[in-house]
Write a protein that binds this ligand. Structure first.
Ligand SMILES: C[S@@+](CC[C@H](N)C(=O)[O-])C[C@H]1O[C@@H](n2cnc3c(N)ncnc32)[C@H](O)[C@@H]1O
Length: 461
């Protein structure tokens, strides 16, 4: 290790910045949240720092000189971009015993400024000792994506309660308490921005009452990269995962390995667990103090029965969080390069289902839908495609209206078949997997196989 990491308290301390151009401003942006008092030494043609830090800093015209060191500054940044001037400033700083950071000149540095990830008082600094700053920045980007945005709130929440915990628990108990806290429901509530719930969960944990939690999570349409960061995090922290058949194996592989997995899927006409039983199972597991993830294809609130499951949890008083997912319509549309709305062509997109479950009628007025115009996206419509087409044509849509049938959207096995409304039934008959019907002018923009071409290929064979 070439440089030892340590964090400096710069609150109210003087930091000198030699330079006021782009390089100086970049460093100053990193330093500003520390509460340091910045003084820029400016060449006349560099006004960038003056523009950005007008209210927060002092500005001295001309190069840095001995008088700058009268107040024992905490740090000097040499960032004019002129190697000769930066070397002169660095030597001056050293002569006064002030630690120096010289931009892009590691040989002149006592201190390196790391790539920083900041969440309030939680700060991660990454240094490659000046050897590979681009690698450092890459790592920083990864950490930025991984660390929840409210992590700083969590640190503040814990800080405000350290004394309460210290007064109530012995040092050994304290440690165990904080271990539980940073994994438990109070943490989740803080990270979700739910202060009231966080207070309650904290009080419960302090009393030794551990509470379970259910996350109703959208897994997206299949491609694991379409999981949200939040969905990934809760899946990696789950004790139990209840998943259905639309959740791909690749996504399950990203979940915590030693989490218990329960398949509660509902394949058409093959219900492995009735909805009521799923609700009861979630409640029971949460009451055992477990972190339960109910992982569903697409988005839980779009034809996903997430609403009923949330109701069951609320009725039982079990805390629950809904984590949205990318619904099949959005995922399939993006993958097939089919814009669901398009100025001047489709000003609306309507999501409908062709199935109401258990053979019930959906109550959808297809003919009224036909008159609405815009794009119609039909979920669970593959088996009923002919009937849907018939009703829409009866409602006034032209049989030539473009359609796209998308099966296994966003997965390696994806298929997109383009046709027209008059042949929607035939197009849908080409696929077996769950599929989506997209009806409207925009469907002509989809990339995919033409139904006519498919038919010609078949007759030629
Ligand atoms: C019970 S619904 C669940 C919808 C899900 N909650 C969503 O937001 O995407 C199942 C239907 O979603 C559609 N679907 C889900 N994933 C799909 C995919 N990868 N490709 C095409 N259609 C999909 C199909 O119409 C399927 O019959």
């Amino acid at each position: 290790m070439r440089y030892f990491p340590a964090f400096m308290d710069l609150q109210g301390r003087d930091v000198l910045v030699s330079g006021a151009g782009e390089l100086a401003v970049r460093k100053a942006r990193l330093l500003a949240p520390s509460g340091a008092r910045l003084t820029f030494f400016m060449a006349s043609d560099h006004t960038l720092a003056a523009d950005e830090f007008a209210d927060q800093a002092r500005f001295v015209a001309g190069p840095i000189s001995d008088s700058a060191f009268e107040n024992s500054p905490a740090l000097l940044i040499a960032a004019t971009g002129d190697p000769g001037e930066d070397e002169r400033a660095a030597k001056l700083g050293r002569a006064y015993g002030v630690p120096v950071n010289a931009v892009d000149m590691p040989e002149l540095c006592d201190v390196v400024i790391p790539s920083i990830v900041e969440r309030g008082d939680l700060v991660v600094g990454i240094s490659t000792g000046g050897a590979a700053p681009v690698l450092g920045r890459r790592l920083r980007e990864r950490l930025e994506a991984m660390l929840p945005s409210r992590l700083g709130d969590l640190v503040a929440f814990a800080k405000e309660r350290r004394d309460i915990v210290a007064a109530k628990l012995s040092p050994k108990e304290r440690r165990a308490f904080w271990e539980r806290f940073f994994e438990g429901p109070a943490r989740d509530a803080v990270l979700s921005g739910n202060r009231a719930r966080a207070e309650q969960a904290f009080a419960d944990e302090l009393q030794g009452r551990t509470e379970g939690h259910v996350f109703i999570v959208g897994a997206g349409p299949g491609d694991p990269e379409l999981l949200t960061l939040k969905a990934l995090r809760v899946c990696q922290e789950a004790d139990v995962i209840l998943h259905d058949n639309l959740v791909s194996d690749e996504i399950l592989a990203l979940c915590r390995r030693d989490a218990e997995r329960v398949y509660v899927g509902k394949k058409r006409s093959n219900h492995s667990l009735p909805q009521e039983a799923i609700g009861q199972l979630m409640v029971r597991l949460a009451r055992e103090g477990k972190r339960v993830v109910r992982l569903k294809g697409g988005d839980p609130f779009i034809f996903g029965r997430g609403g009923e499951e949330l109701d069951a949890l609320k009725a039982a008083g079990v805390p629950a969080t809904v984590v949205p997912g990318i619904s099949a319509a959005m995922g399939c549309a993006a993958s097939a390069e089919l814009p669901l709305t398009y100025r001047g062509i489709a000003q609306s997109a309507t999501f409908v289902t062709a199935e109401a479950g258990n053979g019930a009628e959906t109550g959808i007025d297809w003919q009224a839908l036909a008159r609405l115009g815009g794009t119609i996206v039909v979920y669970m419509g593959v088996r009923k495609a002919s009937g849907v087409a018939h009703d829409l044509i009866q409602g006034g849509l032209a049989p030539q209206t473009p359609v796209a049938v998308i099966a296994d959207g966003t997965r390696d096995t994806e298929r997109v078949i383009r046709a027209d409304l008059g042949s929607l039934g035939t197009a849908a008959a080409q696929i077996e997997a769950p599929g989506l019907l997209v009806i409207g002018e925009v469907a002509a923009m989809a990339r995919g196989e033409e139904l006519i071409a498919l038919a010609e290929e078949r007759s030629a064979a």
